[in-house]
Design a protein around this ligand. Structure first.
Ligand code: CU
Length: 311
């Protein structure tokens, strides 16, 4: 009698826990509409936002769903640990019933993690394939050129290294480079570096990709769906002024983008072309980040009013 009840109880608990975990995980992954609400409620679980591209939204949903699934499993495990610690705490000197090999339990805690990993792998593979997808007919092609320690963005008339640059923006020690792109269009980014490995990263795109020197030309596509101005950074430690390698992404309407590109093609500077689409005065320059002082001075790092050693 006693042996029977102690054998059925863990089985029932295990079954309930398994059902709860599986159900919650499945519910979270399937109910796509509420994922954004969950993200909002919990500060995006560490990500900056829901993202500004269609690809970003897919990655965001995967991230939030995975985190919720992990938390559900975590709470389940913590709950079981505390339940065991309290329910089976030492009450006297009598040795408790010694049991070994509970087959249902062993199967449960082998199958459940395998299932969780399989589900995570399945959704990750789908999202990764979608994010890496390249179309045959992108609407815009921009070449991202990284160099120590700044960025150049070339608007191209075709795909590949053989295409021509029709307009270009470049950053300097005094000017943050601005990358203007249209909303709602398929944009193909082709990356190349003049020297070492850099990494193109716009945190709001929830995406970064290495910019390689030599023959490797990393390519990805994104369809931006939110107008605005966003800071971009180098995400690969590339040398002394790596931390200063910022740029600004400006997402505008397709009409304004055409106007901007036409101005640039006509020989306008980037601030002039920005002014042509309504970003006048200070707005013609980067707003989200500013050039850092790159003067290195012994004992007085980054202090403007001091003289460098040896001068
Ligand atoms: Cu860099």
């Amino acid at each position: 009698m006693g042996a029977r009840s102690s054998a059925t109880r863990p089985r029932a608990v295990g079954r309930a826990a398994g059902l709860g975990l599986g159900g919650a995980t499945l519910l979270t992954l399937l109910s796509g509409c509420s994922i954004a609400d969950w993200g909002d409620a919990f500060g995006h679980f560490g990500w900056p936002s829901r993202g500004i591209s269609l690809q970003a939204h897919e990655m965001y949903d995967l991230w939030i769903a995975s985190t919720i699934a992990a938390l559900v499993v975590g709470f389940g495990v913590w709950g079981l640990i505390f339940w065991c610690v309290i329910r089976y705490r030492k009450r006297g000197d009598e040795l408790p019933v010694q049991t070994r090999f509970n087959m249902p339990m062993e199967i449960l805690y082998t199958v459940t993690p395998v299932l969780i990993v399989a589900v995570l792998f399945y959704y990750t593979a789908i999202v990764q394939t979608s994010v890496d997808k390249l179309s045959k007919d992108p609407d815009q092609i921009v070449e991202v050129v990284g160099f120590k320690w700044n960025w150049q963005f070339n608007y191209r008339d075709g795909m590949g290294a053989e295409a021509n640059t029709v307009a270009s923006t470049v950053g300097s020690s005094d000017v943050i480079p601005i990358l203007v792109l249209p909303v709602g269009q398929k944009i193909r980014f082709e990356e190349t570096s003049r020297d070492v490995i850099h990494s193109f990263w716009v945190p709001e795109m929830l995406f970064k990709r290495d910019v390689m020197p030599g023959n490797v030309r990393n390519v990805f596509e994104a369809t931006l769906d939110k107008e605005g101005r966003y800071v971009g950074r180098c995400a690969e430690l590339c040398g002394t002024y790596h931390a200063f390698m910022n740029f600004e992404l400006v997402v505008v309407s397709p009409a304004n983008f055409e106007k901007f590109l036409t101005s640039k093609k006509g020989g306008a500077s980037t601030p002039e072309a920005m002014a042509a689409i309504g970003f006048t005065g200070e707005a013609a320059y980067a707003e989200k980040t500013e050039p850092f002082n790159t003067r290195r001075q012994q004992h007085s790092w980054n202090q403007p009013e001091t003289v460098a050693a040896g001068k």
